[in-house]
Design a binder for this molecule. Structure first.
Ligand code: SF4
Length: 393
């Protein structure tokens, strides 16, 4: 058994452990476990500094989850967009392929609680219909392996999936959506990296939410993946009690860049059942983004998005940089709230001359071009105007 597998075994997960370790009332611990089981591995547990800190809040079950009457089980309607088991096909050229229900840690804010935890929530027996679906849909260029966490599979099983996908000609890119570099970095082993290298291009989307998650171990895991040729991007979620202020987000983004991980998305929290207490207002998110743009390198700035409820996909949100716009100009403000006018380019309409309007040009003094005698001693040039364009306005 590899070290990471042993650490999964050593995780806090049972009702007894929740009672002993976190002083949760037994009856509450039972209800919480029933609602969404806990798994806190020894590595992530060690990152907790005090009760209620940003690490604790992400992993320790809380009664408030049971009081949530607003959240819904599948806010992104992934299940409705699932043509065959294990596949969600929302965007034209890419699909989500759920390959396991297991994770290295169960995040209390998880959007996919309905799919994650018990092994029967995502069936591994139905992978064949998923492969067939991808094979039959030639528009799918990009497959995102998710779950659960695909790095919970053994190297052997993961390689079988990668190999099979690589046999499908139209699959250009494979992405691994994994939180392991953050929550259980011991999973990133030289053996795993050597295996992954064989199936490039493979991109890794990982998920750090707080600067305390960037440790010696998680840095090493990210660097190993990057050195194995995988671009690593981060998808953070803005969450109350975790990272809901500009200083924390800024530190997170800058620390990520230092370990060569590119901040990719900052999500508004989904309207997920049991996770409403994590939600901030959209304005808080916009204010945070406003404190980033111009103040830190553009490399550090993620797309701030709402994953639209009902399956509308990711929609970017920006602070209001456009103060006014008409046909002639746009008035903008910069990060210091200074105003600037940018003038629109003059509208240009281009057209191709119709046959009858083609110009006849006296060729007497011309030497190039196809020409013919027009009967009066002068030559006319038939100019090919197909590619000529004229400014109309
Ligand atoms: S790792 Fe991802 S899928 Fe697993 S519990 Fe956390 S958010 Fe959910």
């Amino acid at each position: 058994m590899e070290l990471w597998q042993q650490m999964i075994r050593d995780s806090v997960h049972s009702v007894d452990q929740l009672v002993d370790r976190f002083q949760i009332e037994r009856s509450d611990a039972e209800k919480l476990s029933q609602f969404f089981q806990a798994r806190i591995n020894p590595y992530y547990l060690n990152l907790i500094r005090y009760k209620g800190d940003p690490i604790w809040n992400q992993c320790v079950p809380d009664n408030i989850e049971l009081e949530d009457i607003l959240g819904v089980e599948d806010p992104l309607r992934e299940d409705e967009m699932s043509p065959v088991p294990n596949i969600t096909h929302r965007y034209p050229d890419r699909c989500l392929f759920l390959v396991t229900s297991q994770c290295g840690m169960y995040c209390r804010f998880c959007t996919r609680k309905r799919k994650v935890g018990n092994s029967d929530k995502i069936s591994m027996k139905q992978l064949e219909s998923a492969f067939k679906y991808i094979e039959d849909h030639k528009e799918i260029r990009d497959v995102i392996l998710s779950g659960g966490d695909p790095l919970m599979l053994t190297d052997y099983l993961l390689e079988r999936i990668l190999k099979r996908l690589r046999e499908i000609q139209h699959v250009e890119i494979i992405r691994l959506g994994t939180k392991m570099p953050c929550v259980l970095p011991q999973r990133i082993t030289p053996k795993l990296c050597d295996m992954i290298k064989k199936y490039h291009p493979i991109y890794v989307n990982t998920h750090f939410n707080h600067p305390w998650e960037i440790t010696k171990e998680s840095t090493k895991a990210c660097v190993m993946l990057i050195d194995a040729g995988c671009p690593v991007n981060n998808q953070a979620v803005l969450m109350r009690g975790v990272n809901d202020n500009a200083d924390t987000i800024k530190e997170l983004l800058l620390e990520l860049l230092k370990i060569r991980v590119r901040p990719y998305y900052l999500f508004m929290a989904d309207e997920t059942k049991g996770a409403s207490h994590f939600r901030t207002t959209v304005q808080e998110g916009i204010d945070i983004m406003d404190k980033l743009r111009g103040h830190v390198s553009g490399l550090a700035i993620p797309h701030f998005v709402i994953d639209a409820p009902g399956g509308g996909g990711k929609i970017p949100i920006l602070p209001d940089y456009v103060l006014h716009r008409d046909s002639e100009k746009i008035i903008l403000r910069n990060y210091k709230h200074d105003h600037f006018v940018y003038h629109e380019a003059k509208t240009k309409r281009f057209f191709t001359l119709s046959e009858e309007n083609q110009p006849k040009v006296d060729l007497v003094n011309k030497s190039n071009g196809e020409s013919k005698n027009n009967g009066d001693g002068k030559k006319e040039e038939q100019i090919d105007v197909t590619n000529l364009v004229f400014e109309k306005n």
